[in-house]
Design a protein around this ligand. Structure first.
Ligand code: ATP
Length: 325
């Protein structure tokens, strides 16, 4: 399978002349990359994806795929696979007919269609379900049909808008592994829209964190998590303590704080202890009505501290990341 680079060059989109949905977004997505657009509801993720797909035309800026300016190219000429949260399967057609759709549209010879549908269904582990209708499948299976239907035409680019949003947590995690594995195996460039930061961290090669139509930061998951550039990114991804020190904001992850008996930087009292399985998240009140989140990782079944306990806290200065704003 081939893959393609995608470039958004200073792209802006306004709706109804007043809603600035996407505000000067520039992105360079590498061929074969799993790239996520992550951010809260309304930040412009879907609109950005729809401009790559061709469903929306930017007010200004350009979209390039594989080095070619496709800004004005209609949707059906863009050669991209698409998967949505709603699956959008044809309810009265069988699984095999659903998957064959794109090949029929392209007037691929019949024997080739049969062969490629079979291969696509095998790729998403649906062999044997060819003759079912979508209503006779589980949510996860329907999502796999949608994936097979998008991938069967071997597009160099696959666009996914919250594709796992309708699945329960367990199935969602399983599909995250499967989708990532499939994407790497096929080598397709995948742009993935999600508001779920855990999902983006788990699956992506790189993430663009968006806020109010702008990209706040682009980076690998570890970079975004460990080196957030702005207060928004720090706050949006995982738990964090934002320390205000002399007019500067610095951010410290709860797992970077140690519980110590000697050499404490600050001392406080445990307010709450939320057991999370392999770790416990403690909220510790310190001076001036402030509190810090502290993650205690434990191999045993519970944390060593309880609400009401007095604790000393320490951390390394280098772990408190300076934020831009
Ligand atoms: P969500 O996670 O809720 O889908 P999103 O980050 O994908 O959000 P968009 O769907 O891109 O955000 O929307 C960005 C902004 O543009 C929002 O304020 C939204 O209300 C507005 N918007 C999107 N599509 C239209 C439209 N067709 N007409 C008018 N406003 C729109």
């Amino acid at each position: 399978m081939t893959s393609a680079t995608i470039k958004l060059d200073n792209v802006t989109k306004t709706f109804d002349g007043r809603v600035l949905a996407v505000d000067g977004v520039t992105l360079d997505i590498a061929a074969g990359e799993f790239f996520s657009l992550l951010g809260p509801s309304g930040c412009g993720k879907t609109t950005s994806l729809r401009m790559i797909a061709g469903f929306e035309l930017p007010d200004s800026g350009r979209v390039h795929v594989a080095g070619r300016d496709i800004t004005d190219l209609p949707v059906h000429k863009r050669d991209m696979g698409m998967v949505f949260q709603s699956y959008a399967l044809f309810p009265h057609r069988t699984v095999a007919e659903n998957v064959a759709f794109g090949l029929r549209m392209r007037e691929v010879p019949k024997p080739d269609i049969a062969r490629r549908v079979k291969a696509a269904l095998a790729q998403v582990a649906l062999t044997g379900l060819e003759d079912r209708k979508p209503g006779q499948l589980s949510g996860g299976q329907q999502q796999r049909v949608a994936l097979a239907r998008a991938l069967v035409v071997e597009p160099p680019v696959l666009l996914c808008d919250e594709p796992l949003g309708a699945l329960d947590r367990k199935l969602r995690q399983q599909m995250q592994f499967e989708l990532k594995e499939l994407q790497k195996r096929l080598g397709v460039t995948l742009v993935f829209v999600t508001h779920d930061q855990e999902e983006a961290l788990a699956m992506s090669d790189r993430i663009a964190v968006m806020n109010h139509g702008k990209v706040e930061q682009v980076g690998a998951p570890t970079e975004i998590y460990e080196r957030p550039r702005t207060r928004f990114v720090a706050d949006f991804i995982g738990e964090i303590n934002i320390l205000e020190e002399g007019g500067r904001a610095r951010a410290l992850r709860p797992e970077k704080i140690r519980l110590v008996s000697d050499g404490a930087r600050v001392s406080g009292t445990v307010d709450t202890a939320n057991f999370l399985g392999g770790s416990t998240l403690l909220r510790v009140s310190i001076a001036d009505g402030r509190s810090l989140l502290v993650r205690e990782t434990h191999a045993g079944e519970r944390a060593s501290r309880l609400p009401g306990d007095a604790v000393g806290l320490a951390w390394n200065d280098a772990d408190a990341v300076t934020l831009e704003s």
